[in-house]
Ligand binder design. Structure first.
Ligand SMILES: Cc1ncc(C[n+]2csc(CCOP(=O)(O)OP(=O)(O)O)c2C)c(N)n1
Length: 287
């Protein structure tokens, strides 16, 4: 079980990662997928710094966990969290992000960053890749887990449900998928368009062990949920529904369709940094 200090440390890391994301967005000429980066940040921090057996020193170790960011448009959030884990430096990301030939593209590329487990960005493929990796691990008698993070909009893709069927059919208890359920797609709210509810029940019906996080932007809840994932040698894949807010912590981004992706001017950045400080203080004071 995580101690209070460990949870506070994860909160500090999430605050720092959000701040770095805003600074990068403020400096970058193009647009960044801020909404979905902000919503999944707490889960990413918990995965990389608490739950998964990963790290720069383990890249070549076959026993390390595998990670696939299936919602590849959230690459910057992942790069920043990986930098905080020591895979590379934040400055290195900022120097070249999104430029031609950069290791840090707008979507993750395994050819450029060999420590990644997959190149992603075309939505709907990460879970199938994860099923394959988890099945291979089972065949080789390996004990590591395979983690996959998807967007809720992404799960409108039929390929996700084909993979869900196979994850269950192959009894892949070593497979853990987390859906960033921010209830927004690219240009609409999910329940106004494709109606994903009853969301958790759909996964249960597909034979998955489902864990719901009421507030996926509350680190205590995230840690508790991820700590309750069954052992990897069990026989049901796990799906975590993390209910989050798109654009979390930034007043002018939260639940705003136009902030699926965007760029920030100087005054946006100033406001964003103020909002982050306020949210951090409030969380510390338990508000
Ligand atoms: C196959 C495919 N179709 C369309 C897109 C364009 N696209 C990028 S993000 C996005 C919306 C994804 O929504 P969701 O999965 O909920 O992500 P989030 O809201 O968390 O950013 C779309 C349609 C894509 N990347 N891949």
């Amino acid at each position: 079980m995580a101690t209070k200090q460990e949870i506070q440390h994860l909160k500090d890391l999430a605050y720092d990662a959000r701040k770095k994301l805003c600074l990068l967005c403020g400096a970058y000429e193009g647009s960044i997928h801020m909404g979905g980066d902000m919503s999944m940040m707490d889960a990413l921090v918990c995965l990389f710094h608490h739950t998964m057996h990963v790290g720069p020193e383990l890249v070549q170790n076959p026993e390390r966990d595998r990670f696939i960011l299936s919602k590849g448009h959230g690459a910057v959030a992942m790069y920043i969290v990986m930098a905080s884990k020591g895979f590379f430096s934040y400055e290195e990301i900022c120097d070249t992000y999104g430029k031609l030939g950069s290791k840090f593209g707008q979507h993750p590329c395994k050819n450029r960053l060999p420590m990644l487990d997959a190149s992603t960005g075309s939505l709907g493929h990460g879970l199938a890749l994860s099923v394959g990796m988890a099945a291979a691990a089972r065949q080789h008698g390996e004990k590591h887990r395979v983690f996959c993070v998807m967007g809720d909009g992404e799960t409108c893709e039929g390929s996700v449900w084909e993979a869900a069927i196979m994850g269950h059919a192959l009894s892949l208890g070593n497979l853990v998928a987390l859906v960033d359920r921010n209830k927004q797609l690219m240009t609409s709210f999910s329940e106004d368009s494709v109606k994903l509810e009853p969301y958790a029940d759909k996964w249960r019906a597909f034979g998955w062990n489902v864990i719901e996080i009421a507030d996926g932007n509350d680190m205590e809840q995230v840690v508790k949920a991820l700590d309750s994932i069954p052992a990897s040698d069990t026989d049901k894949p796990t799906l975590i529904v993390s209910n989050t807010v798109k654009g979390k912590n930034i007043s002018f981004m939260e639940r705003q369709i136009k902030w699926h992706a965007g760029s920030m001017n100087e005054s946006d950045l100033e406001q964003a940094l103020k909002d982050l400080d306020t949210a951090y203080q409030e969380a510390k004071e338990g508000k």
